[in-house]
Ligand binder design. Sequence first.
Ligand code: GDP
Ligand code: MG
Length: 437
Amino acid sequence: GLTEKLAAAFKKLRGKGRLSEADVKEAMREIRLALLEADVSYKVVKQFIAQVTEKAVGADVLEALSPAQMIVKIVNQELTELMGGTSAKLTIAPKPPTVVMMVGLQGAGKTTNGAKLAGMMKKQGKRPLLAACDVYRPAAIKQLEVVGEQLDVPVFQMGQIDPVDIAKAAVAHAEKHGNDMVFLDTAGRLHVDEALMDELKAIKAAVDPTEILLVVDAMIGQDAVNAAKAFDDALDINGVMLTKLDGDARGGAALSIKAVTGKPIKFVGTGEKLDQIEVFHPDRMASRILGMGDMLSLIEKAEQSFDEKKAMELQEKLRKNKFTLTDFYEQMAQLKKMGSLSDIIGMIPGIKASDVEGVGVDDGMLRQMEAIILSMTPYERENPNVLNSNRKKRIAAGSGTQVVDVNRLLKQFDMLQTMTKQFSGGKMPRNMRKMMK
Ligand code: GDP
Ligand code: MG
């Protein structure tokens, strides 16, 4: 699969201090093949490779401490961009109800995922209504009623009459009954055909939906991209819901859909159960496609414990001064899991091994820290400045330590906070070593 291919491509970069242009070229060749094999469209691959190459052969990469890691980063960033960069939200109509029309091929998952979405919105305080506009099989209406009941979302149906009439009546029903969202479950076909598109166009014209969400089965690869193009050409869709990402669906479809249609993937379905729906995050998908887990075995120990995203969140918190003792503890625990920090240094751009040499977090110290932090109230953890001597005594007693231990921990925490200024542009604190002594 793509993950293995890419892992193999990156393995070749392992152990090299610097990357030559030839190295980058070789890696790109492998990536190209891997992406093509994952069913990414040729045009998209070509464009992607060109972009990544341009960035990777730059001086920054060649001079960086871990060039391989930089390439991973660039490939990851570019994949994220390719899929739209950031998460796209469902549009909400200024005047309710918001009408969401679920369209797609037969078996793509319209009925299930329309219901999942309705359930998700219900949890967010909306009052959704599901409408049965797939009228060709009585079983389709029944299926919608069953899932509606499971989610306790009302289902509007009028039997097997003209779906355009049902759609209109459903919106009117919603207006009358205070449903602020209507999800239209429409019919699909095994292949894109004119009759299907005509029916969907008629529904669109009749109810002017806020969103047309195309439901696409991630398992069908390039066919999904072709379907997305056909549906978009006919209906001018607003977004895509990619289903069945729980299987071993290849990433190809996710990569190409945005590039080919210009429409973002908004949600993903990750299982048959009705709560198995997630907002689509391009960065996470990129990591999945790249199999970051595998690639980070470039530095094996770090693979299990270093979570780049978490580090970014941490930096963000530090910058905003929202870094709490709870975060402090989590970071210490994470460092401990890594064992020797110098082992993972290659992963962190902008930091030299000599800055952190020999750093290890002592077990006993960590256990003591945990005890102290856990003996604080949640309020104290978020607001350590309230810790007067009475509180410190209580915490020391509760954690089986001394007030001096509590003070030491607070001092370490303080130091970390003052290092906030040193956190810039993806850098880890330089004097982490001092902090931990
Ligand atoms: P429709 O014909 O487009 O309405 O598709 P359905 O909603 O009936 O779904 C077709 C099949 O796909 C059903 O068996 C669903 O349970 C299954 N399905 C839908 N979404 C997912 C998903 O995200 N993961 C998995 N594994 N199965 C799904
Ligand atoms: Mg259906």
